[in-house]
Design a protein around this ligand. Structure first.
Ligand SMILES: [Zn+2]
Length: 262
């Protein structure tokens, strides 16, 4: 069994054929999927999917850093949503800091505050966090290190360097990689550095589709989907010199423990 710990299945592009997407996932051995929101609205959609597909789809509720560009605060609503849907919600996410554009850099103070508040919300509800970072690893650690206690969780779609891996591990977090390991040799090398008990699998669907050396999507479609976690698992198993079954067992175990979905 494989677990895709990050797939945004509420995305518009799945509206027409989600049943087929889930059937292909099952066929590829992907039996559980964590579906994170990026706002209150999409977190609600993730919860609806978890209700519709219990035992397969699990929700995470959170406000993505890019949402700071939308001036109205969603914190109160998010905390209500988590209180009301304890059964479906397995994490607070995705949350974090993103400094990829000038517009986002200008909002760093707001991003820090939003991230900090959501980490506290996670801890108050005894939930792990799913952390998104882009050119913001240092700022993310600064917020985490000022908390009374560092939450448990995962740095998803990791794309930083070796030093960054060490820093993340030293704070007790899990790490997962997306399709970027298929086109970035630099990121692919980091896969070998992660202790087996800290590694998770994910696709970040519908984004980051795995590609071959010519840039063609390996799964055949430009839209990523949870079944493709198998492609990534194979690549990761090869790089770590373990067989796929062993990697599947370990990463499934890790996901079940972190998100409480066993
Ligand atoms: Zn995501």
């Amino acid at each position: 069994m494989l677990v895709d710990t990050h797939a945004h299945l509420w995305w518009d592009s799945y509206k027409g054929d989600l049943e087929e997407v889930l059937a292909r996932a099952r066929k590829a051995g992907v039996e559980k999927i964590i579906c994170p929101g990026t706002s209150v609205t999409t977190s609600k959609q993730a919860i609806e999917l978890a209700k519709k597909y219990p035992g397969m789809i699990y929700a995470a509720a959170g406000i993505h850093p890019e949402e700071v560009l939308d001036s109205k605060s969603q914190m109160l609503e998010l905390s209500e949503l988590i209180k009301e849907n304890k059964k479906q919600i397995t994490a607070v996410g995705e949350i974090g800091i993103d400094l990829n554009t000038e517009e986002l850099r200008e909002k760093l103070p707001e991003q820090r505050e939003l991230f900090r508040a959501q980490c506290e919300l996670a801890m108050n509800n005894n939930l792990p966090v799913i952390i998104h970072t882009r050119q913001s690893l240092r700022e993310t650690f600064e917020v985490l290190d000022q908390l009374p206690k560092i939450p448990r969780g995962v740095f998803h779609c990791f794309s930083h360097d070796e030093e960054g891996v060490k820093e993340v591990l030293s704070r007790g977090f899990y790490i997962s990689f997306g399709g970027n390991i298929t086109w970035s040799k630099r990121v692919a090398r980091l896969v070998e550095m992660i202790p087996r008990e800290r590694l998770l699998l994910e696709t970040d669907s519908p984004l980051l589709v795995p590609r071959d050396q010519k840039g063609v999507p390996i799964g055949g479609s430009e839209r990523n989907e949870p079944a493709n976690v198998r492609i990534l698992a194979q690549i990761i198993a090869e790089r770590r010199d373990v067989d796929l079954a062993e990697l599947a067992r370990q990463t499934t175990n890790n996901a079940e423990q972190l998100f409480g979905i066993s």
